[in-house]
Design a protein around this ligand. Structure first.
Ligand code: MLT
Length: 346
């Protein structure tokens, strides 16, 4: 289905196609679909700089935040994104809901859907929960993090931030070498980044202790290293991951001090990097463990830019999944042709 250009939200010129009702995993997306989200987000980023931070693109739509795990950034970011697009958003609190009385995910979701909602944004401790939900409901399902599987909007906002900063220097994602450092094994952020970056042609090196960064990841077309210091001089971007203590089932390293000594990013390590290296972290940060305060708050850090860009990316995802094609979001596929400025340029 072709959608008219929306000059009110900056979507103009060339056509790109978006055919998805759900956003479940970046592993599923084509490079063109990833670029479609990034371009739409670029157009929508401007909305947050206006004095009235609101456009009517999703007026009349209803989005539910269904979070079974804690979150500060992602939940708030989806909430604000929906509001900026004029959608109604309901924050569903699992601890005060019938889930605490034993209601299943299926019953909870189908009851919510019976109230006429357009999208469920789900975060769940189990890998695959978003995909399961998408088979149970007719509305759109957006994965806001499922176990250690994927966190697609985080991957997209990381990519958006990288592209924005390097494009200003005339460089493309395909020219970049990105290190993803730390607890790769438990990280949905690492997996979403890995898929998105490699699909757009970037070189990726995963770095961490063998217990948290097993060599088997090399089967996915990336390099694996257990020696951060040897990788630092060669990369353009360092994405530092939180050690996911809540998902560790046994001691993955001898002590926090030892982890920090070998894998913590501090000023001494920053000296070994290229002068224009970009430091990312999805948050929440364990300051003093995977990242020192001077690095987190220093000039090479884009951590708060990531948070700002998260809004634009989530506005884009909501728009593409439930808004761009008018009222067909309840059909089997949301087929939309969106007009954006740089649709076909990777
Ligand atoms: C996530 O939900 O995966 C976060 O954004 C990253 C983390 O929890 O470390």
């Amino acid at each position: 289905m072709t959608v008219a250009p929306r000059t009110d939200i900056g979507l103009t010129s060339d056509s790109i196609v978006w055919t998805r009702r759900h956003l479940l995993a970046l592993q599923d997306l084509t490079p063109q679909e990833i670029v479609a989200v990034l371009d739409t987000a670029r157009a929508l980023k401007e909305v947050s700089t206006r004095s009235i931070k609101k456009v009517p693109a999703l007026r009349g739509k209803v989005v539910v935040n269904l979070f079974f795990e804690d979150s500060t950034r992602t939940r708030t970011s989806f909430r604000l994104s929906a509001q900026r697009m004029s959608a109604d958003i309901v924050d569903f609190s699992v601890s005060t809901s019938s889930v605490s009385k034993g209601e299943t995910l299926r019953d909870t979701a189908r009851n919510l859907e019976a109230m006429g909602i357009d999208a469920i944004v789900i975060r769940h401790r189990s890998s695959g929960a978003a995909e399961t939900l998408s088979r149970l409901v007719q509305c759109s399902v957006i994965n806001a993090g499922d176990g250690s599987h994927e966190h697609p909007t985080q991957g997209l906002l990381d990519l958006f931030t990288i592209r924005e900063i390097f494009q200003a220097q005339g460089r493309k994602i395909a020219d970049l070498h990105v290190a993803i450092v730390g607890d790769v094994a438990h990280s949905r952020v690492a997996r979403s980044n890995l898929w998105a970056l490699t699909k757009l042609g970037a070189r990726v090196t995963l770095v961490g202790p063998t217990t948290l960064c097993p060599n088997q990841f090399a089967d996915l077309g990336v390099a694996v290293s257990h020696d951060l210091d040897s990788v630092l001089p060669h990369v353009d971007v360092i994405n530092l991951l939180r050690v996911q203590f809540e998902r560790l089932t046994s001691a993955a390293f001898p002590s926090l001090r030892e982890y920090n000594r070998f894998f913590g990013m501090d000023e001494a390590r920053l000296q070994k990097c290229r002068p224009d290296v970009l430091i990312l972290h999805p948050g929440p940060m364990n300051r003093g463990l995977e990242i020192s305060t001077p690095v987190a708050d220093g000039p090479r850090s884009a951590i708060l830019h990531q948070v700002t860009n998260g809004l634009a990316v989530r506005m884009a995802v909501l728009y593409l999944c439930i808004g761009a094609s008018g009222d067909n979001a309840r059909g089997p596929q949301n087929t939309a042709t969106v007009h954006s400025e740089e649709s076909t340029r990777l």
